[in-house]
Write a protein that binds this ligand. Structure first.
Ligand code: KIV
Ligand code: ZN
Length: 390
C-alpha cells in the first residue's frame, strides 16, 4: 500500500499569533517563517493582511523571503479583504488566498443576521473574486464543527464549483469528538460534488483537548491537509500542535500517511517560537516539553537504563533531543542512582551504593530534584564509610 502525503499548513504566524501577549514584530515573523520553510512545511499562513498595516507588511516580507512553501494570507469573504491579501502576497512564488465565512446556524444568525442562502452566495462571490488573483484559493467554513453536515456539503459544493481548491473544515470552537469530526470529513468526501478535484483540510481547536485527535481522525477519513501551530499555540486553548500530528503520522506507519517535516528540527523550533513569543511550553507537553524524554520514577528509570524502548516510543534524536534524561528524585531507585553516579565519575560497588542510597533518600525527600552537584556532596559525606576511596 503506498503512502499518501499530508500537507502541513502552519498557522503559527496567524492563528498562533492571535494569542494575547504573543504579538511578533516583522523581524521575528521573518525568523520564524524562514525556520518553518526549512522545517519543510507545505504552506505558511503568514497573517491576515487587512487586519493592520503591520500585518500587511509582515505578510509582504514573508512572501518575498520564503523559497519553498506556499505563502497564504487570510481574508473574510469580503472583496476589500481579498484585494488586500492578494496585494500583500504579490511577491510570493506560490500565493494562496484563504477566504471564508461562518456556516453554522449560530454564526449565520448571531454574527451575520443572515440566511443560509445568502451565506452560500457570499461564499461563492468571495471565491470567484479571489480566483482573479491566484489559482490557489482555500475556502474556510468557519464553525464547520457545529455546522449541519448536509448544509456544509451544499456550501462546499458551491465553492468548489466557484473555483476553491482547498476546503478548510474548522472545528472553530473545539467542540467535536474525534469520531464526529472524522465522520464529518467522510460525509464531505461522499457528498461534495467535485470533491475529487480538491483537498479537504482539518483546522481544529483545543477547547476540549481534542485538537490533535480530531485532526488525525480527519486525515484517517480522507482529509489531506492539517492546519496546525508550533507548540499548539492559538486562540483560547490553542490549535492542533504541528509537532504532535507530524510525530503521530511518523510513529504509525500503518496509517500510510506521511509529511515532509524534518523532525530533527522540531525541538529547536519549539524553543525558538516559545522564546520569540514569550510563551513557555508546559514541561509535560508531548514531543517538545522539557519532560518529554525525562524519567524520574525508579521503575521507569530501571527499564529505560536497560533498554530505552521500554518506556519511550520515540527516539529523542528524531526530534532533536540529544538523549533521554534520568532525573533523580525521592522516587528514583538504586539503578538510576548508580547510572547517574557513573555519569559524573563514580563507579560504585554494591555496598557503596547501599550506603549512598540511604543518604540520597534522606536528601531527596527534602527537595524536588537531586542535581549532580548534590550527588557529589552526598558521596563526599559518606566517604569514610565507602569501600572505595572516591
Ligand atoms: O478557527 C477558525 O475557524 C479559523 C478560520 C479563520 C480559518 O481560524
Ligand atoms: Zn482557527
Amino acid at each position: 500500500m503506498s503512502t499518501e502525503h499530508i500537507d502541513i499548513f502552519d498557522t503559527t504566524l496567524r492563528d498562533g499569533e492571535q494569542v494575547p501577549g504573543c504579538k511578533l514584530n516583522t523581524a521575528q515573523k521573518l525568523k520564524i517563517a524562514d525556520a518553518l520553510d526549512n522545517l519543510g512545511v507545505d504552506i505558511i499562513e503568514a497573517g491576515f493582511p487587512i487586519s493592520s498595516p503591520g500585518d500587511f507588511h509582515s505578510v509582504e516580507e514573508i512572501a518575498k523571503l520564503v523559497k519553498n512553501a506556499t505563502v497564504c494570507g487570510l481574508s473574510r469573504a469580503v472583496q476589500k479583504d481579498i484585494e488586500v491579501a492578494a496585494e500583500a502576497l504579490k511577491y510570493a512564488k506560490r500565493p494562496r488566498i484563504h477566504t471564508g465565512i461562518g456556516t453554522s446556524d449560530s454564526h449565520i444568525k448571531h454574527k451575520f443576521n443572515s440566511t443560509r442562502e445568502k451565506i452560500i452566495e457570499q461564499a461563492v462571490e468571495a471565491v470567484k473574486f479571489a480566483r482573479n488573483f491566484t489559482s490557489d484559493v482555500e475556502f474556510y467554513a468557519e464553525d464547520a464543527g457545529r455546522t449541519d453536515n448536509a448544509f456544509l456539503a451544499e456550501v462546499c459544493t458551491a465553492v468548489v464549483k466557484a473555483g476553491a481548491t482547498v476546503l478548510n473544515i474548522p472545528d472553530t470552537t473545539g467542540y467535536c469528538l474525534p469520531d464526529e469530526y472524522g465522520a464529518k470529513i467522510k460525509y464531505l468526501t461522499e457528498h461534495v460534488v467535485g470533491i475529487e478535484k480538491v483537498k479537504l483540510s482539518c483546522h481544529c481547536h483545543n477547547d476540549l483537548g481534542l485538537a490533535t485527535a480530531n485532526a488525525i481522525a480527519g486525515v484517517i477519513n480522507g482529509a489531506r491537509q492539517i492546519e496546525c501551530t508550533i507548540n499548539g499555540i492559538g486562540e483560547r486553548a490553542g490549535n492542533t500542535a504541528l509537532e504532535e500530528v507530524v510525530m503521530i503520522l511518523r510513529q504509525h506507519p500503518a496509517l500510510h500517511l506521511s509529511t515532509n517535516i524534518k523532525t530533527q528540527q522540531l525541538t529547536g523550533l519549539s524553543r525558538m517560537v516559545s522564546q520569540e513569543m514569550g510563551m513557555t511550553v508546559q514541561a509535560n507537553k508531548a514531543i517538545v516539553g522539557e519532560n518529554a524524554f525525562a524519567h524520574s520514577s525508579g521503575i521507569h528509570q530501571d527499564g529505560v537504563i536497560k533498554n530505552r524502548e521500554t518506556y519511550e516510543i520515540i527516539d529523542p534524536a528524531d526530534v532533536g533531543v540529544t538523549e533521554s534524561s534520568i532525573v533523580l528524585t525521592a522516587r528514583s531507585g538504586r539503578s538510576a542512582l548508580a547510572y547517574t553516579a557513573k555519569k559524573i565519575g563514580y563507579e560504585l560497588t554494591k555496598n557503596d551504593l547501599d550506603i549512598i542510597y540511604l543518604e540520597f533518600l534522606k536528601f531527596a525527600d527534602n527537595c524536588k530534584q537531586v542535581q549532580d552537584n548534590d550527588l557529589h556532596h552526598i558521596i563526599a559525606l559518606s566517604k569514610n564509610r565507602l569501600q572505595i576511596n572516591y
